[in-house]
Design a protein around this ligand. Sequence first.
Ligand SMILES: Nc1ncnc2c1ncn2[C@@H]1O[C@H](COP(=O)(O)OP(=O)(O)O)[C@@H](O)[C@H]1O
Ligand SMILES: [Mg+2]
Length: 271
Amino acid sequence: MQLTSSLPERIAVEPTSEKTTAVVELRDVGLCYAGRPPVQVLEGVNLSVRRGSFVSLIGPSGCGKSTLLRIVAGILPVTSGSVLVEGGSPLQAQRAHRFGFVFQDAALLPWRSVQENVELLGELVGLTPDERRDRSSALLSLVGLAGREHLRPSQLSGGMRQRVAIARALAINPSILLMDEPFSAVDEFQRELLNTELLRIWNDQRNSVLFVTHNIEEAVYLSDWVCVMSPNRGRIVELIPVELERPRASEVRVSPEFLALRSHLREVLVR
Ligand SMILES: Nc1ncnc2c1ncn2[C@@H]1O[C@H](COP(=O)(O)OP(=O)(O)O)[C@@H](O)[C@H]1O
Ligand SMILES: [Mg+2]
């Protein structure tokens, strides 16, 4: 298998692109946190994410992965370069509720039931109670939590809480899912299960996903493209296409193609 072959038709991320099919487009992005001294976290970052693709960002701690997600989400304005989300500004996309977020900590409201947590965003965007209930039931089934609607977050395991966070993120049908190390606080066994579940859900929903992780295996298993960021101002050192067949069974993790990609990624990361 070629690790840096030409772009497959269904998925494509290019370092730079003039194409309008990109759902997220970063051009020469720089980000400097104000302070004494100021901290230049990102510089010259170019990335184009095609609609419906699953892209992972991987890199050492502190290289700017979360910063990059915050920029895409319209939470942080860039200090140089430009960002387009669905052809507009990140802030416009945020206001149009185009994003779903999942973080390391599920951050559920403890006084609300599972179902009420999932319905929260629907309330904010004005869905009717019936619409909210239909959607939350469907999503809770999708994430494997049917029958647990009335439990409180404190009655769930860490993995179950992350499933609720995923259902909540999908509740307003976002076109872009931003996930920042969503499974890093669960054990290895749970992580594998959640990875498989996430792919099943993504297969059903087909949102575009930007997924931040430290975990090489997770990045390869989930992604169409793995984007390796350098500790040097977040520069993208390599974009690695993952051409493993979809849908991907968990067993793919022991295939020769998977193992080759994993060791290549490890080399790039320690280079
Ligand atoms: N609000 C902030 N002000 C100043 N520096 C920050 C701020 N947030 C993050 N940083 C710094 O920016 C760098 C990148 O942070 P972050 O994007 O969180 O990295 P990652 O998610 O890859 O671990 C780190 O060196 C961090 O200390
Ligand atoms: Mg981070």
